[in-house]
Design a protein around this ligand. Sequence first.
Ligand code: PLP
Length: 425
Amino acid sequence: MAMTNSQDLFEKSQKVIPGGVNSPVRAFGSVGRTPVFMKKAKGSHIFDEDGNSYVDYVCSWGPGILGHADDRVIDAVKAACDDGLTFGAPTRKELEIAELVNELMPSMELTRMVNSGTEAVMSALRVARGFTGRDKIVKFRGCYHGHSDGLLVKAGSAALTQSVPYSLGVPKSYTQHTLIAEYNNEDSVKKLFEAEGKDIAAIVVEPVAANMGVVPPHDGFLQFLRDITNEYGALLIFDEVITGFRLSLGGAQEYFGVKPDLTTLGKIVGGGMPVGAYGGRRDVMSMVAPLGGVYQAGTLSGNPIAMTAGLTTLRILQKEKDTIYPAIEKSTRQIADTVRDTLGDTVHVNQIGSLMSVFFTDQEVVDMDTSISSDTARYAKYFSYMLDNGIYLAPSQFEAMFVSYAHSKEDVSKTCELIKAYKEN
Ligand code: PLP
């Protein structure tokens, strides 16, 4: 498969863009390949600058639940463009999407639109701190919540509760209020609350972790987080940037039956446009300006084109939920089962709904430690094999595989046949 145009574009891009990419994972660093430069996408397929086509399981890292360029979404966006790209004033569509989000996720009584998942989480934490009057937050090792300063933390070597930045440019003082617990580990959370409970504003968690590969919560883990936050007067924030409208129409909170105080959204809520959202309890969200003293704003927030893409996508999901969600689950399960049958216990596959990861480890993957037991060189080899055979997977062991409603039986069969033919050595 020729990739000379991609190579050429990558070389040129590196001269004017850091690392040649606008988000680091796109550089294919951990799989040792040249990134594929994409030109267009339709349905389940994405097409590169050399004319190659791939069955796409990245789906723009999650937004593409309907597949690429769904005609209904594109038509609605084109029509919205004719009315103007941005007004910086309230619009009917912002009302309609907030109403729909509230209908699909009733815990989101008030919702504020922003421009990315990063912004959504950053803002939700500010609200949680403003509401509780407390500074500390708990996050889980291996969960990703965007690149705001206070969240780029790793556990420090000293005490359990010491956190240090993992990015240059983040002052230590910015991460001192971020406490780190272990995913799926109640004790690690209990210890933090016993030590610092009265200062903890919130727990923020990916209800299904999907940024250390896909790691579902143990039975009762999310309910435990609900109970301990209630006990200590802290808030529970579900970061549903990935799980929202994907795990089920009502997100992970509907799927697991646990109601957070605040929710953050991104990806699907923007239907392919740059959108994030945060919202939740009316009393908590009433802290947000102009109602309350927590400041948060955005020139392009609630942008009419972005709202149109999101609203159209959510309406389609709502209307067709009974066919869409079982179908994407079934396709994903078929792929997961094929990997298990083919590679046996030399891999561990986590799958929930239309999210899955193949971990190249013989351990059950339940948290960050077990996730990083994966052999990334084995993943890189598997990735390359699939890419060269027209299957576009996430270029990192630690990202989710996303399946869309546009993935046909033929796409899934082709994928499974390739997996069956895979020889590791
Ligand atoms: N939260 C989660 C769970 C995510 O997966 C991501 C991005 O992948 C973010 C937040 C940040 O979203 P964005 O990349 O839109 O800033």
